[in-house]
Every structure is written in C-alpha cells, then in structure tokens.
Design a protein around this ligand. Structure first.
Ligand code: ADP
Length: 244
C-alpha cells in the first residue's frame, strides 16, 4: 500500500489575505492512526489551514503528504495525491441515489487517475465504502432525503471511493443528533486507523470520546498540542477559552 507510512507534514505555513495574516508559523505533523482534532476559537485559522493544504488558498511554507509536496499545486493535483476534504455543508447530488453519488465519485477518480496508472475504483470498493459509512441499506435512496448526518457520511464515503488517504473534515458533527455523533465518532475511528485524518471540531465532549490528539490554534498559530487532557490543562489554552 503506497499510503502505508504516509503522514501530513506542514512546516512554517503562512497565509495572508490582503496583508491580514490568517495563518502564521504553523508546523503540524499528523500520522496514520492518530485521529487528530483541530480546535480553536472562531477566526483562529482552522479552515484557512485546511484550505491551504487542499490548494484553495495561496500559502507559503511547505506542506507534504507522504513524499508528495502539495503547496503550489492545483486542487485537482492535490486531490489526486490522495487528499480529500469535506465542508461544513455537505455537497451531495440530492436527486441521485446514495449509490449513484458514490459511482460519480468513483468515476471522477477514474479518468484523471488513469494518467497516474492507479487502479480505478472497483464496484467492490464502492460496496466497501457503503459499508464503512453505514449506508448499505440506503443505497437506492435519493441523497436528498437523507438525514443531515447521513449526508455527511455519504460525503466521507465519496472521499473513500476516491481513495483519499488524507481526510480533512470541517465540523462533520455540526448539527448532528447525539446518536449521529456517536456513529460518526466510530466511523472516524475506523477510517483513522488506516488513513491520516484531521477533524475540525469544537465539541469537547466529542473530542474527549474520540480524539487521539488535539492541536489548538489561536490567532493563526498553533497554541498547544497533545492529548485532550494535556491541552485542556494547558494554561495558555484555558486563558484563550475563558477569555473568549
Ligand atoms: P476558523 O476556521 O478557525 O474559524 P478561519 O480560517 O475561517 O478561522 O479564519 C481565520 C481568519 O482569516 C479570520 O479572521 C477570517 O476573518 C480571515 N479570513 C478567512 N478567509 C478570508 C478571506 N478569504 N479573506 C479575508 N480574510 C479571511
């Protein structure tokens, strides 16, 4: 497996918007099997960091996934390097069934990847993704009628059939019921054991249950990093959260 020992490595990352520095001096390493949560107050730079890794905003410094340098590449090249993300609002094709959504994702993978001589997503891979995200029974249901949580799972399934091995998930449990959160946590653990997963999330209860490690951002920088307990007891983190 060419992704086996892959990891996300960010060094000296900086993003500016018209002179406003949204991300600065960010170093971040996330390995496979280390389900990493990214937290921080509003405006801390979490989404901008993900945007920089996925090529949506220009950044300086360095970002690599495994042996592939990502910075300066197009969003398409970055996706082909095995990097996938979700947004706070799930974007699925509402009129198409769950299975058709996955097939489209698999097809989107097929064309460009042929150029890289990677295997296309097989029907078996689609079945496996369906099973992994727990939507097998809903395969023939139009995505538009899925519950909010199920749409998020479908989106994650679409990343899986695209063979994303670095997944960046922006607030996947926002708006979910408690039961959906629990399901999502289990799903993230399953995926995270074999892939590099970074989750932006605020809910401390959710973090306590599922995070292997946490990176705390504040004003564009990394403020603290460690286990949930370590960062919760970090005086700098306490100050930021009480002051907010
Ligand atoms: P978070 O995700 O942690 O809430 P963001 O990454 O969305 O924070 O934003 C970090 C900072 O960058 C904020 O002050 C935000 O207003 C600013 N910002 C984000 N995107 C843009 C943009 N396209 N243009 C200007 N400022 C932006």
């Amino acid at each position: 497996d060419r992704f086996k020992h892959d990891y996300l490595e960010v060094r000296g990352l900086r993003v500016e918007f018209d002179g406003f520095v949204a991300v600065r001096d960010v170093d971040l390493t996330v390995t496979q099997g280390d389900l990493r949560f990214l937290i921080g107050p509003n405006g801390a730079g979490k989404t901008t960091l993900i945007d920089a890794v996925t090529g949506l905003v220009r950044a300086t410094g360095s970002v690599s996934f495994g042996r592939t340098a990502l910075l300066g590449r197009s969003t398409h090249r970055i996706a082909r390097a095995g990097v996938g993300r979700t947004f706070q609002t799930a974007s699925v094709f509402e009129e198409l069934t769950v299975l058709q959504n996955l097939d489209i994702a698999a097809g989107a993978r097929r064309a460009p990847l042929t150029l890289l001589r990677r295997r296309p997503a097989t029907p078996e891979a689609v079945e496996h993704a369906l099973e992994t995200v727990g939507l097998t029974a809903l395969r023939d249901v139009p995505a538009g009628v899925l519950a909010h949580g199920q749409k998020q799972w479908l989106e994650i399934g679409m990343l899986l059939v695209q063979d994303a091995h670095l997944l960046l998930l922006d607030e996947p449990v926002a708006g979910m019921t408690q039961a959906e959160r629990e399901e999502t946590g289990q799903l993230l653990r399953r995926i995270g054991s074999q892939r590099v997963v970074v989750v932006v999330e605020h809910d401390m209860e959710f973090l306590r249950s599922f995070a292997d490690s946490v990176t705390v951002m504040h004003q564009g920088r990394v403020l603290a990093e460690g286990t949930v307990n370590e960062v919760q007891n970090d005086p700098a983190v306490v100050e930021v959260y009480l002051g907010a």
